[in-house]
Design a binder for this molecule. Structure first.
Ligand code: ZN
Length: 166
């Protein structure tokens, strides 16, 4: 039997995870569809990546990541007030609603959440939904393998049958 490959730069890791916030709310989980990433290439948040180094198949670990090593602190500049009339009449607006919008000038897609609804205006929050949150991961390592040359050249993991490129 060869020694189990440990997580280090240049290996592809498959892991199952559950992500909870301080209040215990589960906001994300792999749920049987393991996350696959190339270690050491910034594919996952830095605070999680560094805690996974040295683990191997079958290992489980709880990792808590502060906002500065996850999605950042809430940026108070990243709010904008827009007229309510910019939304379709039949769209029910509520605080916390996440919107996929398109910039009218550049046509670039972007995400925003409704932070506050006023009489004729809406305050949009462009922060990442998890900005300002400490993230509590529970991870289990499902597989570790050497990356292919192509993966190393691209700087990301390739799935078994997906070759889409970002
Ligand atoms: Zn690629």
């Amino acid at each position: 039997m060869s020694e189990q490959l440990k997580i280090k730069d240049g290996v592809v890791v498959s892991l199952e995870y559950v992500l909870q916030l301080d209040d215990g709310e589960t906001v994300d989980a792999s749920d049987g569809d393991a996350l696959v990433y190339l270690h050491g290439h910034g594919e996952i948040i830095p605070g999680l990546e560094k805690e996974l180094a040295g683990l191997t198949i079958g290992d489980s670990k709880k990792v808590s990541v502060s906002p500065s090593e996850a999605y950042g602190e809430v940026d108070m500049e990243a709010f904008e007030i827009v007229p309510r009339s910019m939304f379709p009449d039949d769209l029910e607006l509520f605080e916390g609603l996440e919107l996929s919008l398109r910039d009218v000038e550049t046509d670039e897609p972007f995400e925003a959440a409704i932070a506050e609804i006023m009489e004729n205006e809406v305050m949009l929050d462009f922060n990442h939904p998890l900005a300002g949150e400490t993230l509590h991961f529970e991870v289990t390592i499902m597989a570790v393998r050497p990356a292919t040359e192509e993966e190393l050249a691209h700087g990301h993991a390739h799935g078994p049958d997906d070759h889409h490129h970002h």
